[in-house]
Design a protein around this ligand. Structure first.
Ligand code: AMP
Length: 626
């Protein structure tokens, strides 16, 4: 079993004033209450929302299926927009969008409701109904968020695909979701340049029987084909006459694809009721949001953090959410901090990879700006190395005088943080934190037995909570596998260790999944894309340490007979992966080999390639063929 080798005696505390004003003071008490009586606990939080029909039962738990707020009817958008637009928050800023060039757009709750209602009306005129799947491939723009909320308002199910994914990835997701409508941007903007999205969408959808492609066009306006619709024209001509469609608490809100160890990506399904209750709870109690806060999650609507904490969480809580298109270090490495100063950001949610990028540029780009509003920096997506945590405390939070760095662990499947370091508890570098209210987490062995403290094992969750995924789209069996791999537990697929105080350190994935800049990428996906190259017989990819991205992808390739290794060949392989999966899954290194290490049953042993690469002991090789 795995040993946690990184020990540190260092501990960080939030400043006393911050602890005093924390929304959640009595952390241990809250955890105890949430576990002793989950129905009363979650029911009380759910009561603050509007339900068009009350629920009969908070949780129906028929292992491994969990349904929350059974019999209840609501719509997450009624709670995220209308509740505020019809109340005192009407003229409060809901969203601040920032472009790389400093352009900005601000919309109030009243304005956003109007835009979303109009666009929902436009979608309805194109035949979109409750339960239909709509695929969204949009740059990080106000229009991208409007698209999501308009779908949800109608009870349609959105599936956002990160607009950096390639042709193959996009096509697979449209097909798996069974989407008949695609909302796409013609370009995104990064590092001052426009990135062409149109040709990716066109290639991915060429021969698909879609009803419509709705184009959000910036810059060059292309000629539209018969099935194409112009986003802005549709928005402009539609009336704000759509009220939120009441849906069952268990009705799917969205499908978001994430990589697994085997086969194609899985469509994680989150539903209106439970997701709404869980995501908003953690925004208040973990991210410690106050009514007048400005909250900035530096993510994208293509990822779960964007769904939960750019869009739904902040809007449900009626706060102001900031989002910015483009690269964090463009036009200069201080770009992010100048926005924190300008908009008075109070809470920032970012990724370790971003912190490491800021470290690389040095503190001068930070100290130039007034960051006095910033009191909490939450980081998630991959382990936060102690060095990065130290740096963030020192330079971003004035040596910890001004605030706190809160690591938190979650997954696309979970919708919100499950393990984290709350403000009132000490932060231990290298550890994500403790189980949050409603969560029962343990480090276990393959039989589900808890490992002794100090030892490593598999990270398991022992009970469901409202924001946990409901199913895998079109494959409920795959959902059930999460709960059967380790008897009686939800298997997170992560290797972890824990200490006497319940602090859990997440050490990495237990399956063949890479974590590149906080994005989960299946080795199987990259290898399948590579194999479409006509000269490749076989390939294996591994993650190798990268100072900024955490992990970078290295590919080992066996060429077909007659094909010759060369730099051109390497480049053409990289191009194929980029085209199929997009830039985030692109290998940074390609090595040509004669054969790959395999088990007798024919499975590629990536662990051996990795050990060789890192100069480490490869462990037990008795099952190897050669
Ligand atoms: P995703 O579903 O793409 O958000 O990826 C979830 C995975 O990212 C988890 O299973 C972990 O492997 C990793 N991860 C997320 N947050 C953390 C964290 N705070 N510390 C360590 N690993 C993390």
């Amino acid at each position: 079993m795995v040993e946690h080798v990184l020990h540190s005696n260092e501990v960080f505390h939030a400043p006393a004033w911050l602890k005093e004003q924390a929304n959640l003071h009595d952390f241990e008490g809250e955890v105890a209450r949430s576990l002793a009586n989950p129905d009363a606990f979650w029911g009380a939080w759910a009561d603050r929302f509007e339900w068009s029909r009350p629920w009969n039962e908070v949780l129906e738990w028929k292992y491994p299926d969990h349904r929350w707020f059974v019999g209840g009817e609501t719509n997450i958008v009624a709670n995220a927009l209308d509740r505020h637009a019809d109340g005192p928050n009407r003229n409060k800023l809901a969203l601040i969008w920032i472009g790389e060039d400093g352009n900005e757009r601000k919309v109030t709750y009243g304005e956003l409701r109007r835009l979303v209602s109009k666009f929902a009306s436009g979608l309805r005129s194109l035949g979109v109904q409750k339960g239909d799947r709509v695929l969204i491939y949009m740059p990080l723009t106000l229009e991208g968020v409007i698209s999501m909320l308009a779908c949800a308002r109608l009870g349609a199910i959105h599936s956002v695909v990160y607009a950096g994914m390639g042709v193959g990835a996009l096509r697979d997701r449209i097909l798996d979701a069974g989407a008949k409508i695609v909302i796409a941007g013609n370009m995104s903007i990064r590092r001052g340049k426009s990135v062409d999205l149109r040709s990716i969408v066109e290639q991915a959808t060429e021969d698909l029987p879609l009803r419509h492609v709705i184009w959000f066009q910036r810059g060059v306006q292309s000629e539209l084909r018969p099935r194409d619709v112009d986003f802005l024209e549709l928005l402009d001509k539609s009336k704000p006459d759509v009220t939120p469609e009441p849906v069952d608490a268990d009705h799917p809100l969205y499908i978001l694809y994430t990589s697994g160890s085997t086969g194609k990506p899985k469509g994680v399904v989150h539903v209106h009721g439970g997701y709404m209750v869980g995501v908003s709870y953690h925004l208040r109690h973990f991210y410690d949001v106050k009514d007048n806060d400005v909250f900035w999650a530096t993510s994208d609507i293509g990822w779960v953090v964007g769904h939960s904490y750019i869009v739904y969480g902040p809007l449900l809580e009626g706060v102001t959410s900031v989002f910015r298109e483009g690269s964090p270090d463009w036009p200069d490495p201080g770009a992010i901090w100048s926005c924190v100063e300008k908009y008075g950001v109070n809470i920032m949610f970012t990724a370790p990879t971003a912190v490491r990028l800021f470290m690389k540029f040095g503190p001068d780009y930070v100290t130039k700006y007034d960051l006095s509003t910033l009191r909490l920096i939450a980081v998630a997506g991959e382990p936060l190395n102690p060095e990065a945590m130290r740096w963030a405390h020192k330079w971003l939070l004035d040596d910890g005088q001004r605030g706190f760095v809160a690591d938190n662990w979650w997954q696309t499947e979970l919708g919100a943080p499950a393990i984290g370091t709350p403000i009132v508890k000490p932060a231990i570098p290298g550890a994500a934190g403790v189980a949050l209210p409603g969560v029962e987490a343990e480090v276990v062995d393959e039989t589900g037995t808890a490992t002794p403290r100090g030892k490593g094992g598999l990270l398991a969750l022992k009970r469901p909570f409202p924001n946990m995924m409901r199913t895998i789209w079109g494959n409920h069996h795959r959902y059930e596998q999460y709960w059967t791999e380790i008897p009686g537990c939800y298997a997170a697929g992560d290797v972890a260790s824990w200490d006497e105080d319940g602090y859990i350190s997440v050490l990495g994935r237990s399956d063949d999944v890479l974590n590149v800049a906080g994005h989960r990428i299946g080795t199987a996906d990259v290898e399948s894309a590579m194999i479409t190259h006509p000269s490749i017989a076989e390939s294996a990819v591994i993650g190798v340490p990268d100072p900024i991205k955490g992990e970078a992808i290295k590919a080992f390739v066996v060429l077909r007979l007659g094909a010759e290794p060369s730099d051109e060949m390497k480049q053409s392989i990289i191009d194929v992966v980029r085209r199929e999966l997009g830039p985030i899954a692109t290998p940074s290194e390609v090595a040509f080999v004669d054969r790959l290490p395999k088990t007798r049953s024919g499975k590629i042993v990536r662990r051996l390639l990795k050990a060789q690469e890192l100069g480490k002991d490869p462990g037990d090789l008795s099952t190897l063929e050669d």
